[in-house]
Design a protein around this ligand. Structure first.
Ligand code: NI
Length: 255
């Protein structure tokens, strides 16, 4: 159920008895020599849309740009500044709230987005709290009880266990075989056969994009994406969708 394939009267009808929506959020950034630049946006979209099908929930257009400043030393990466990202997420949520959505569930494909999205949620809740306070003084009507949630598609217990069982330590932290598998499952024609160098080790925290490239010269971070297969991607999507659909139903049922 895609919001962009709906008409406005259809969305109005949906809102009469359903206040929830799913928003996939990713990034446009290098994923090593064999992973697609769109990996994080594609994985969030592939999985987020299936969660929408499983729960009969509208899925908003994917926010394909994220906080990718640390990948900027690699060609093709496009980043938002954290401050821009906070405003973009805020504007998406407030637009949805204006129309009557009250449960906004972000399916995330990029760890680098988490801090900015959480900061946006704080801004949104503060904005609503101000409106609530002024409604107590009779200035305006009280705002709705809006909840926002952010779930990383790879982080549920069962999805994490499957990633570990498939790849062990070769899963690594960036350009992982699991995320590459998910994109290759959905877009098998985009598989790449590239000779990769030895596994890199994470020795210390990176300081900015040039230092990241110095530490991880081909863009991968302790991962071996040559292990990726479309069949693994299908299994990972299935487990992640089941877990996230459960998370979503619990989110809707929260008191
Ligand atoms: Ni990624």
């Amino acid at each position: 159920m895609l919001l962009q394939h709906a008409t406005w009267p259809e969305v109005e009808t949906y809102l009469a008895d359903n206040k929830g929506i799913i928003v996939p959020i990713g990034s446009t950034e290098q994923h090593g020599p064999s992973g697609l630049i769109g990996t994080d946006a594609l994985t969030a979209e592939i999985i987020g849309r299936k969660v929408g099908e499983a729960t009969k929930t509208y899925v908003a257009p994917t926010l394909a740009y994220g906080m990718a400043q640390h990948h900027m030393a690699f060609t093709g990466t496009i980043t938002l500044q954290p401050s821009t990202m906070i405003i973009v997420v805020r504007d998406i949520v407030i637009s949805l709230v204006r129309h009557g959505f009250e449960r906004i569930f972000f399916v995330n494909g990029h760890g680098g987005n988490v801090n900015s999205v959480k900061a946006a949620f704080s801004e949104i809740q503060n904005e609503l709290a101000e409106l609530r306070a002024s409604s107590d003084r009779g200035v305006n009507k009280p705002p709705p009880d809006v909840r926002c949630a952010l779930h990383n598609w790879w982080a549920g217990d069962k999805t994490t266990a499957l990633r570990k069982s498939l790849y062990g330590d070769s899963e690594g932290y960036h350009a992982t075989p699991s995320e590459v598998s998910v994109t290759w499952y959905a877009y098998p024609e985009q598989q790449r056969d590239v000779e990769l160098g030895p596994l890199t080790k994470v020795k210390r925290a990176y300081q900015g994009p040039e230092d990241y490239r110095e530490l991880f010269p081909d863009g991968r971070m302790a991962s071996d994406p040559s292990l990726a297969t479309p069949a693994d991607g299908e299994r990972l999507v299935s487990v992640a969708v089941t877990e996230l659909a459960e998370n979503y139903r619990e989110f809707l049922a929260e008191s």
